[in-house]
Design a protein around this ligand. Structure first.
Ligand code: C2E
Ligand code: MG
Ligand code: MG
Ligand code: MG
Length: 276
């Protein structure tokens, strides 16, 4: 009888525990297993040259189909992975997958383009990050000029270490861009100090080009500033023909967004390319 009760209360306790564990800690605790089980994959969103409307690159975006929770957005799990350090493993998985995939496209006869990989500040601050990247390129047999790293303004907090790493990567031939430009808190002087190639205008600015005169002014100003600094500039989150017309008129170089393509599976990129 005592034994029975003990068993029941243990079951009860376990059930309650489960209910109490928040979605956030469930996510945090299942990243490692998810990676082992192959629940993570990478999708690719084309980046378009506004003049020629040709694909000039793709951005690698991680996807997670969790066995119990279903599809989880990177906007939800990336910050959690940054907190518990698992971002290093997710980041390396995406980097290696993207390099290998880009090489596969090239082998399939697709005209070579760059693949852009998002890099969290924590990942970039690893002391051996240059080796991790070099190894990913070597293992995939991909030339460095076909890799771009998207950094956010948050890496500027670790400026001294970051600058020398950026120079090292630049010397290898890797392209560097600043993602979500204008949303972080940083001084413009880093544009002069950091060896970057591209500014990515955050999608929140693009979204309101036609509803908010101030956002339109900001987008215009970022484009002209990038051009004056001889940086490449790409607008994210382009959804309408009107937004595209505005960007073209302001001589923005490139665009990325649902107006052209959503993030696609690797086969879809290949099909798309062979159709053109
Ligand atoms: P991000 O790097 O700024 O990526 C752009 C996000 O905007 C992607 O969301 C993309 O699917 C979405 N997007 C693209 N075009 C449009 C559009 O026209 N309209 C709208 N509304 N959205 C558009 P996603 O894939 O959900 O990723 C969200 C964020 O998660 C990324 O923002 C990035 O910060 C992070 N992330 C994704 N993959 C990785 C990764 O492999 N590593 C790291 N560190 N972060 C990642
Ligand atoms: Mg990005
Ligand atoms: Mg962005
Ligand atoms: Mg973002």
């Amino acid at each position: 009888r005592v034994k029975e009760e003990g068993k029941n209360s243990l079951q009860f306790f376990t059930f309650e525990m489960n209910e109490l564990i928040s979605r956030k800690s469930k996510i945090a605790m299942s990243i490692r297993k998810g990676l082992e089980l192959g629940e993570f994959s990478v999708h690719y969103q084309p980046q378009i040259d506004i003049e020629t409307e040709k694909i000039i690159g793709v951005e690698a975006l991680v996807r997670w189909n969790h066995s119990k929770l279903g599809v989880i957005s990177p906007a939800e799990f990336i910050p959690i992975a940054e907190e518990n350090g698992m971002i290093l493993y997710i980041g390396e998985f995406v980097l290696r997958t993207a390099c290998q995939q880009n090489k596969n496209w090239q082998d399939a006869g697709v005209e070579p383009f760059r693949v852009a990989v998002n890099m969290s500040a924590k990942q970039f601050s690893q002391s051996n990050i240059a080796e991790v990247i070099t190894r990913a390129l070597k293992d995939a047999d991909l030339a460095p000029e076909f890799l771009e790293l998207e950094l956010t303004e948050s890496i500027i907090q670790k400026a001294t270490a970051a600058i020398s790493k950026m120079h090292e990567l630049k010397k290898m031939g890797i392209h560097l861009s600043i993602d979500d430009f204008g949303t972080g808190y940083s001084s413009l002087s880093y544009l002069k100090l950091f060896p970057i190639d591209t500014l990515k205008i955050d999608q929140h600015f693009t979204r309101n080009i036609h509803s908010d005169a101030k956002d339109a002014a900001l987008v215009d100003t970022i484009i002209q500033m990038a051009r004056n600094l001889e940086l490449n500039v790409i607008a994210e989150g382009v959804e309408t023909v009107e937004q595209l017309a505005f960007l073209k008129n302001k001589r923005c170089h490139q665009a990325q967004g649902y107006y052209f393509h959503k993030p696609l599976m690797p086969e879809q990129i290949e099909e798309l390319y062979l159709k053109i």
